[in-house]
Design a protein around this ligand. Structure first.
Ligand code: F6R
Length: 625
């Protein structure tokens, strides 16, 4: 048994789904959980109330294990028209049945599912144990189940019990609660974790994210921090933490159920890579209308005066979004002449930064729920900085912190490995850089050239997608490599890092990106005939430099791969494999060069038989530090 303090249950983007209405709940719950499955999880469970008794069904591992258990008891379970479900992804504490959600209290009448972390769970648990509560799991969530049960014993009102319980809990949570004695009622609440209610005909859905309910309804109400919602088949009531009634806003969800289908592709990742030409068109649509018209970013409120007073820009992000930010730095500095720093959010939040009201802080996040980036932008906001958020989820927690918003509209990204959202972030940075340059009054022919090139970019990506043979050949030739080095310079250094990240996260091959000039300062010692070196050789300022760095690597017998828009035949002597892509300006080349690298990673992982869409140990959104 682990010690309480150590065994803090940490959930990274678990999934919640709830249903109350006139249909059988179980299929809706399992379908909802299936649609959240891509986020990564290691156990699952549901609670239903088929015949006046709350019953829990839980399983370790894949959702199929839970489905098998449900199948055996389907006759009974399917009678329930209310239920809550959960998938849990744990980094601490075993992914056992006992730790899987839902959790319950001593008498078993309360069932609760939870995303987030209850930070003071240890103290709460000690207190509750003294009051006679018996714990069956090692989780923080179980404390909430017992706490709600004790409050319910005092108030006989489930909403009030949840409200009083949340006053005592610290940390982040989205909670969904049912009680055996309160028929056909779900109570849900949140603090720093996403939660929404879907509205149907005499039915309500609760979810931690849109995919769980989009098959059933596009009408939804987002719940804000500390609000508590109570739903029955024909009523919805929203209150704040002080019990004041609130009028929730009903929105139409901008997602299509088709986003959750593979559309004939073997994996979501491959489908999403192929969606990139349309993603670029979507991002440009309505923003880049004509070469001689300024870029329109409707939700960006940076005026000339604010831009004039800006001392610096800081961009915070994690993982793939961080790589998009690195390209962003390069182009904003190039076009706008403003100094830009890029930093992983997890570093930014633990140091004294030079951030003030004359700093523009840009948070970049596909999900808009990455905990470190949310903390970073909140810290910057507290210092008076203008906050601009670039996100695929304008409905996210991060978006709500924004003074200016750039929604990237890549559509739901199901594969854990980010591809089309990276593309959408890159294009958004090009538009943002042009927007800032135009607002500042910088008049440059280069801006018009870039706009022209952006418009034809989708066709160039389509060309790569139509001729994948060289990439597949290269993947086959190198799939048994244990290590990989990616080299590039300038604006494509981020592309090297992103190519390496894609490869390592889905194929588990050790891959590192280096600025090519750094190779001889250490990494070159690793080169021999077993080491593949992939050079990103895009025509422009640094082409010759990377070529000579590649020659240095070749001289150490490394196995050389080129990714290039050059048709120079001399490359044939130097490189064992050449992936040629359409010609493009150096500044825009990251948006094209990344596509073959995504495909290379995909095909290598596929040859190796890896779980491409759900790589081990990873979750789609990292909602805790
Ligand atoms: C890699 C990947 C991650 C995310 C990172 C940040 O393919 O997807 O590295 O980019 O976890 O997530 P967001 O962008 O949601 O903040």
């Amino acid at each position: 048994m682990l010690e309480l303090g150590v065994n803090r249950e940490v959930k990274i983007m678990c999934g919640i789904v709830g249903y109350v209405g006139n249909k059988s709940a179980v299929d809706i719950l399992l379908e909802g959980l299936t649609n959240l499955e891509y986020r990564g999880y290691d156990s699952a469970g549901i609670a239903v109330n088929p015949e006046g008794v709350v019953k829990l069904y839980k399983a370790e591992g894949k959702l199929q294990n839970l489905k098998d258990i449900v199948e055996k008891n389907y006759g009974e379970i399917s009678k329930s028209t209310i239920g809550i479900g959960h998938i849990r992804w744990a980094t601490h504490g075993a992914p056992t049945v006992a730790n899987a959600h839902p959790h319950t209290c001593n008498c078993g009448k309360v069932a609760i599912v939870h995303n987030g972390i209850i930070e003071n769970f240890k103290e709460l648990r000690e207190k509750l144990e003294k009051q006679g509560c018996t714990f069956r799991s090692q989780t923080d969530t179980e404390t909430v189940a017992h706490l709600v049960a004790t409050k319910f014993a005092q108030t006989k009102d489930l909403t009030e019990a949840v409200r009083l319980a949340t006053k005592e809990i610290e940390g982040a949570y989205a909670l969904c609660v049912i009680h055996q004695d309160v028929k056909n009622t779900i109570v849900a609440t949140r603090r720093n974790a996403p939660l929404l209610v879907g509205l149907g005909e005499n039915e309500y859905y609760i979810a931690s994210d849109v995919p769980a309910i989009i098959q059933h309804t596009k009408k939804a109400m987002y719940i804000d921090d500390n609000q508590i919602v109570t739903v029955t088949p024909n009523s919805i009531r929203l209150i704040d933490e002080e019990n004041n009634l609130i009028q929730g806003k009903i929105e139409t969800l901008p997602w299509e159920p088709v986003a959750l289908s593979k559309m004939g592709y073997k994996h979501f990742m491959l489908k999403e890579i192929h969606e990139q030409p349309d993603v670029v068109r979507n991002v440009l649509s309505g923003k880049l209308r004509a070469i001689d018209e300024p870029i329109t970013l409707n939700e960006v409120t940076l005026d000339k005066e604010t831009l004039k007073n800006l001392n610096r820009i800081q961009i915070v992000a994690c993982g793939t979004s961080l790589h998009a930010a690195m390209v962003g730095k390069y182009i904003i500095e190039d076009f706008c002449g403003i100094s830009v720093d890029v930093e992983p959010s997890s570093e930014y939040i633990y140091r004294k930064t030079i951030t003030d009201k004359n700093t523009l802080v840009i948070g970049v996040s596909q999900s808009g729920e990455t905990a470190d980036t949310i903390t970073a932008v909140r810290q910057a906001k507290a210092k008076g900085s203008h906050i601009l958020i670039v996100t695929n989820r304008p409905d996210s927690t991060m978006a709500r912190e924004a003074n200016s918003l750039v929604p990237v509209y890549a559509g739901i990204e199901v594969s854990v490995a980010a591809t089309k959202s990276y593309m959408a972030q890159l294009i958004s940075f090009y538009l943002l850089a042009i927007y800032i340059a135009e607002t500042k009054g910088v008049s440059k022919d280069e801006l018009s050239d870039l706009k022209r090139e952006l418009i034809v970019l989708p066709q160039k990506i389509e060309k790569i997608l139509a001729h994948k043979e060289d990439i597949q050949k290269c993947a086959r030739a190198f799939s048994s490599s244990k290590d990989f080095i990616f080299i590039a310079r300038g604006v494509n250094f981020a592309t090297a890092l992103e190519g390496a990240l894609k490869l390592k996260e889905i194929s588990y091959i050790n891959a590192t990106g280096y600025t090519a000039g750094e190779l001889k300062h250490g990494p070159i010692a690793m080169l021999d005939e077993t080491m593949p070196v992939l050079s990103i050789l895009m025509k422009g300022k640094v082409y010759d430099k990377i070529l000579s760095n590649s020659e240095e690597a070749r001289a150490r017998n490394a196995r050389m791969i080129a990714l290039t828009d050059s048709d120079d035949v001399k490359l044939n002597e130097l490189f064992e494999c050449i992936i040629r892509i359409p010609e493009i300006s150096e500044i825009l080349s990251p948006a094209l060069a990344v596509v073959p690298l995504q495909l290379l990673a995909y095909y290598i992982a596929e040859f190796l038989g890896k779980d491409v869409d759900q790589p081990r140990n990873l979750a789609k959104s990292v909602t805790v530090e």
